[in-house]
Write a protein that binds this ligand. Sequence first.
Ligand code: HAM
Length: 421
Amino acid sequence: MTEDASAKKGLAAIKGTRDILPGEVEKWQALEGLARTTFELYGFRELRAPVFEATELFEKGTGSTSDVVTKEMYTFTDKGGRSITLRPEYTPSVARAIIEHRLDLEGAPMRYYYMGPMFRYDKPQKGRYRQFHQVDIEVFGEKDAAVDAEIIEMAHALLDKLGVTGTETLVNSVGCRACRPAYGAALREAAAKRKDELCADCQRKAETNPLRIFDCKVDACREAAASFPSIQDYLCEECREHFGKLLDGLDVLKIPYRVDPRLVRGLDYYTKTTFEIVASGLGAQNALLGGGRYDDMMKDFGGPDICGTGFAMGIERVLAVAALAPPERKILYLAYLGDKAKKAGLELARFFRANGVECLVEYKDRGMKAHFGRANKLQAAWVLIVGDNELRSGRFGLKDMASGRQFDGPREDLLALILKR
Ligand code: HAM
């Protein structure tokens, strides 16, 4: 069915979601494989949490003044009357899992990674989807700014392997509960002076959480916000020192960065470090990944007082700028002639597959010419010919489709030949 026809019948994918089809999915698999091997080199282990959680988890974690919670959550009441939300991000789920399973008592490094879908009801556009996918990493129990530098370097290591170039790393500190109130007051005062220029949303934010004004996309609000005081001038001694150590760590690791005092990030939980890696050529949605420190989340959840830091990378956005070559596939196409050969083909295919060769059998009866036509279309590397004579003698014909050369021999010899190439 064409896309149009299925849309009319109401069977099209929901706006803001998309299918990842063969041909494209290989790039996803390559990215996921490289992410896995990279993170494990840094001591991370996978932690898989559910796709939906109690709504309260995100209200408390992601934050009740964030756009994500106020506007973008997929929330519904389930049949048991509970308010459920499809996770808009992963960080609160990991914190919850640690508390629930007391992973902090196990003594293992609390370094976790995960890859999977997230859901946000935002206006779909290039690089922004309602179901999108993140690669997420989180570290718990490490206060030192060195670990923030380490994970930023790890993000770069992965982006390098993915062939992503032309990025810029932005860093900032958003302070802590000790120094942010004074900054909030200064922002409120600055916002009050330019109240008439701010959109209704930002006028409200000025009251609830003035830091959120920096997230606004409205030009007039951005212009006004550019004149607001910088958080860098309000950091307490501890936060200033922590930020200095982060920059030292990045210098040691030779990661170029730009300090951006407006980088407050859209989620409420950040303390001290925030960072983003942005890409040129991606338009408005240019953040490949973003993250930072959230030292109060666990405590606020009623769990142990354990700090956290991490980031999430948007898979769709990274793949849009990655240079990943599709993996080479070497298909052995099995061409049989007649019913007896078809049956024997089943067993032969099993033999080749058991020895690591991708083998394709199609059950529609074809003549030899049609088999070769089909093998060509599928870009098969090899064709194995199975007919009555071959079955009697136990020797089969094998054609190398690239060179056109034909070989003949028992299956073990042909397997050795295929594996050698
Ligand atoms: P975030 O900045 O909301 O952070 O999302 C991280 C990344 O996910 C973005 O930089 C972007 O690449 C991708 N992304 C976000 N929304 C969309 C969307 N609608 N469509 C496509 N891609 C999107 C977080 O989610 C935090 N949990 C990161 C974190 C982990 N902080 C500490 N630990």
